[in-house]
Structure formats: structure tokens, C-alpha cells
Design a protein around this ligand. Structure first.
Ligand SMILES: [Ca+2]
Ligand SMILES: [Ca+2]
Length: 287
């Protein structure tokens, strides 16, 4: 009996040791703190705004962007530091957040004016997630989230749909990826079924970023080529939320989480494995 208690303690200790090598939190914000926008740089020219919403959130409150101007856009930026200090070769940077687009209106011909979240490394766009619309899809005009690098080429065209539209394979949409058709000239007529969860993973030194979009019960995977960099050299990662100049939109961001996932250490795994073997042997001997 004493032995099984000891065994339980040891197994618990090993489990703790194995999980303690998990994520190092760098930044998180559910916008419920006393100063939820501390450190954020907000730009909200006439007709657009970015600030805390106490009427929408997952749960309340959230960061809300409202843009009713067809010439201006709102922007909220946060410079995330501490990634380089927390990282070493092989580690993975994980960025996650929830996104809810309540309304969106944009001309089909507009090619650079969508609501989007941009991760920037230094002065360069690292990866962009946006919400846009485009003709030429199986169901005609389609709404979708897309992934690309730079905001300059944000709307996928009918020639690069497979590369950029999330959950589109060139002829059909994955479950949960299409947002259907609507009259894009009127804002306020597009509800995307609530909060959609995004997660982006980038392993130091890789040239691809991997993401998932979870909408209702559907998980849609995507990836995009990025300019290779190391997390050890990433002094600051800018988390940029913005609406589009020529478009109108109202959307929310919530539950931002940025963390570094250490590469599993071979020696640590070996140590855990060895302890488990010793425990099993001990159990046999004592029986
Ligand atoms: Ca919240
Ligand atoms: Ca605008």
C-alpha cells in the first residue's frame, strides 16, 4: 500500500516534469483587465474606432473595431517583446485569438481594403489573416478568411484561390470555410456565426507558418510560406488589428494568447522514459 502511494507520487512528479516543459506565456489579453489596452497603439481617424466593447466578447469584453468610413481605417497595434529571450532553436511560437466579424462591406474590385490581423516581424509583414470577398468561386461571390504575407495583395483572385482562401481546395469549400453570398454593398448584413478561433504556429527557422481556424465544430488547417527567421532574433512581434480603407466593417478580437512552446528535449524524454521503466521494474520485483 505504501508502495502504491510512493508510486503515485513518482508518476505524478514525472507527469509534472514532462508538462512543465510546455508553453512559456509571452502575452495574453482577454480585455477584462483594469487597463486592457495598456501598451496598445490605437489609430482611429474620423469614421472609425477601435476600443473596448462591453456588449460583445467571448466572453465580455473584447477589442472592437468599427469602421464606417470608405476612405479611412482603424488600427490597433501591440508590440510583443520577450520572444527572443524565451526561445531557442527548434522552439515554436504560438499565436492564438478569437475573431468575430459582425458586418463587412467592400467593393468586389477593391483589392487592399479588408479587415485583417497582421503579425509583423520588425518592419515587415510576417503573415496576414484577413476577411474578404471575391467572385469566381463555385457559388459565385464568396466570403472567406484568407492567409497571405503582405497586406498589399490581400484579396485572393480567381487565379490564386487555392493558395490563399482558407479552406478552399480550388473547387469546393471545406466544412465551415465558406461564409456564403451576400450583398456586399450593405454593411451589417453579414454575421459569421459568432467567434472563430485562430491559432498560428511558427517553428524557429522554418519557412512555413501553420494555422488552424475553428468555426463552430469545424477545424480547418492551412499554411503559408513566410520569410524564414529565428525566434531567438525576434526582438518584437507586432500584433496588428486593422480595418480596411475603402471598406466598412465591424468586428471583435478577443482572447489573444502568444506563447513559446519549447522543442521537446531528447534527453528529457529519455529521462522520463527511463524513470517509467524503473518504476515498472520495481513494481514487478516487489510483487
Ligand atoms: Ca473577453
Ligand atoms: Ca474604412
Amino acid at each position: 500500500m505504501k508502495y502504491s502511494v510512493l508510486q503515485s507520487l513518482l508518476v505524478g512528479g514525472i507527469a509534472l516534469a514532462a508538462t512543465s516543459a510546455s508553453a512559456v506565456d509571452i502575452y495574453s489579453n482577454d480585455f477584462s483587465g483594469a487597463s486592457p489596452l495598456a501598451g496598445w497603439d490605437i489609430s482611429q481617424p474620423t469614421g472609425s474606432s477601435a476600443g473596448i466593447s462591453n456588449s460583445e466578447g467571448n466572453p465580455l469584453p473584447s477589442l472592437d473595431v468599427s469602421d464606417t468610413s470608405t476612405s479611412a481605417f482603424a488600427e490597433a497595434d501591440y508590440m510583443v517583446s520577450g520572444i527572443s529571450a524565451a526561445s531557442s532553436s527548434g522552439d515554436t511560437l504560438r499565436t492564438s485569438f478569437d475573431w468575430n466579424i459582425n458586418s463587412f462591406a467592400c467593393s468586389l474590385s477593391n483589392t487592399a481594403a479588408n479587415p485583417r490581423v497582421v503579425l509583423r516581424n520588425g518592419d515587415s509583414d510576417f503573415v496576414t489573416l484577413g476577411f474578404g470577398r471575391r467572385g469566381g468561386y463555385p457559388q459565385g461571390v464568396a466570403l472567406f478568411f484568407y492567409v497571405t504575407e503582405s497586406a498589399g495583395t490581400v484579396i485572393p483572385t480567381s487565379s490564386d484561390t487555392t493558395a490563399a482562401a482558407i479552406g478552399y481546395n480550388g473547387s469546393s469549400w471545406d466544412a465551415g470555410a465558406s461564409f456564403g453570398q451576400y450583398d456586399g454593398t450593405t454593411p451589417g448584413n453579414n454575421n459569421t456565426d459568432g467567434w472563430i478561433h485562430f491559432e498560428l504556429n511558427y517553428t524557429s527557422g522554418d519557412d512555413t507558418i501553420y494555422g488552424t481556424m475553428v468555426r463552430n465544430d469545424n477545424t480547418i488547417s492551412f499554411s503559408w510560406s513566410v520569410t524564414s527567421t529565428t525566434l531567438e532574433s525576434m526582438d518584437e512581434l507586432e500584433f496588428r488589428v486593422m480595418s480596411g480603407s475603402a471598406s466598412e466593417a465591424e468586428f471583435g478580437i478577443d482572447n489573444i494568447g502568444i506563447s513559446v512552446i519549447p522543442e521537446p528535449s531528447q534527453s528529457a524524454l529519455g529521462l522520463v522514459g527511463g524513470l517509467v521503466v524503473l518504476l515498472c521494474l520495481g513494481r514487478r520485483v516487489r510483487r
